[in-house]
Design a binder for this molecule. Structure first.
Ligand SMILES: Cc1cc2nc3c(=O)[nH]c(=O)nc-3n(C[C@H](O)[C@H](O)[C@H](O)COP(=O)(O)OP(=O)(O)OC[C@H]3O[C@@H](n4cnc5c(N)ncnc54)[C@H](O)[C@@H]3O)c2cc1C
Length: 416
């Protein structure tokens, strides 16, 4: 253990990135204080996600073919994509950078470096899960994606890239889908099972168990809103919160989609924005589904969870401040009832914020301007899957250990 025990680290944001980072750091001997403006897991993306552990998810959204589909998707009120028009002007710089990243070469770059960390994601969780009881909280039944013929062309592209990367996938006929999940209305023409994928039946409970382990090992949690970051010297970082000041030797920003408010302050222009997503729950229908499914044409999925069937989806561009869109909720409900006509009334209407960079790679590593300030955010649709491995990488970087991973693609310098 190389960790300088006197080195104090402040971790800002107690979503899955912050909790896994804090736990990995304390395991290395650092003195760690985790700060969040909210109760951990109360309402963050790490609470409301679909719970997929998706090591197969390397094919990014920045694909050349997506540009053809986007305009029609944005104009449709029932499609998977939506835009809050009042936010469109603010989103233009992000969109322009996104378009630049939609070449075949850039897509393959993202796929390669998402695969690099996704491949390590489940083993990293297994290390953390050795010390907590996740019985009943993590299921190993795989995840099914299905589609109608309409979308088959782009499916082929994904299937081929995954094959190239060596991702385990099993093509399914309609019969096989029906055998695995007999209660879904038989609208599909094909599908894929990712057998090594897992799912969480309650992401919040897992997050709290990891947090409790961190606290039991001497970690500190403070419910504070971080307002400013200032540097008294290279290794004296002053954090001002709504309640008091802290001085840390090192700081890690893990605020998900909200990280940009802090990185802007320290003089870095990282083009982080958010893809808003929604969920609703249906109670009392657990018998209908045994594993997560995703209906690709409609861009939504259903995960069997402790709270009921969690229907999750939508990519909505609308920033952090716009209210929840009732239309997106109704769309999810409508789509869920299309697959399962017997569903009753939904409850819970949740809006969450995926943190997304225009090249669909996260930012993991030291800041450009300050060697004791570190970042771990921007994991978009895969942040739940990538919590443990990101925390492991960050702890190794702070501990000055080799990671044996090419970290250059995740550096914020790429936006210079
Ligand atoms: C609808 C939806 C479905 C998803 N499904 C999946 C899935 O199935 N699998 C998957 O891998 N990923 C999924 N994701 C993505 C995943 O949930 C996110 O990428 C991940 O949770 C981000 O984690 P995080 O810790 O970076 O951020 P968050 O979970 O957003 O946590 C950030 C924390 O920072 C705190 N914070 C922010 N600003 C401050 C401040 N100034 N001071 C103090 N605290 C602050 C917030 O209160 C929050 O607790 C989904 C996301 C959504 C929205």
């Amino acid at each position: 253990m190389n960790g300088d025990k006197l080195s104090s680290v402040g971790v800002i944001g107690a979503g899955i990135q912050g909790v896994c980072t804090s736990l990995n750091l304390i395991n290395k001997g650092f003195k760690v204080t985790l700060l969040d403006r909210d109760e951990p897991g109360a309402n963050s993306a790490s609470y409301g996600n679909a719970g997929h552990f998706s090591p197969y998810g390397s094919v990014p959204m920045n694909r050349p073919d997506i540009l053809i589909d986007v305009p029609a998707m944005l104009l449709s009120t029932t499609g998977p994509l939506a835009l809050k028009w009042n936010y469109a002007p603010k989103m233009i710089p992000w969109f322009l950078k996104f378009i630049q990243n939609c070449t075949k070469k850039k897509m393959m770059h993202t796929a390669k470096y998402m695969h690099q960390i996704l491949d390590l994601a489940l083993p990293a969780y297994d290390e953390l899960f050795q010390d907590i009881d996740v019985t009943g909280l993590v299921e190993r039944k795989g995840i099914i994606y299905f589609w109608t013929n309409k979308d088959l062309k782009s499916r082929e592209l994904e299937i081929n890239i995954r094959k190239e990367l060596g991702v385990e996938q099993q093509l399914l006929t309609p019969h096989e889908i029906h055998d695995l999940e007999p209660n879904i209305r038989r609208i599909y023409h094909g599908g894929i099972l990712y057998p090594s994928a897992r799912h969480a039946t309650n992401p919040k409970k897992i997050l709290i168990k990891l947090l409790d382990l961190f606290l039991s090992r001497g970690g500190i949690f403070k419910k504070h809103n971080v307002e400013t970051i200032n540097f008294q010297s290279d290794n004296q970082i002053l954090i001002q919160t709504n309640l008091r000041n802290f001085i840390f030797n090192k700081v890690v920003i893990t605020c998900g989609a909200f990280s940009k408010k802090l990185t802007d302050q320290v003089g870095e222009k990282i083009p982080l924005d958010t893809e808003r997503g929604y969920h609703v729950h249906f109670k009392g229908h657990d018998h209908l589904l045994s594993r997560p499914v995703i209906f690709l044409n409609k861009g939504f999925g259903i995960t069997p969870m402790e709270q009921g069937l969690r229907v999750v989806g939508t990519v909505e561009f609308g920033g952090l401040n716009n209210p929840l869109s009732k239309g997106r909720i109704l769309n999810l409900v409508h789509n869920a009832k299309y697959l399962f006509p017997d569903l009753s009334e939904h409850y819970d209407e949740w809006l969450g914020f995926r943190p997304t960079l225009p090249d669909f790679l996260p930012v993991i590593g030291a800041s450009k301007n300050h060697k004791n300030l570190f970042y771990a955010f921007g994991h978009h649709h895969l942040g739940w899957t990538l919590g443990a491995i990101t925390g492991k990488i960050i702890a190794k970087i702070l501990n000055e250990e080799s990671t044996n991973i090419n970290l250059t693609p995740y550096n914020s310098l790429r936006f210079d």
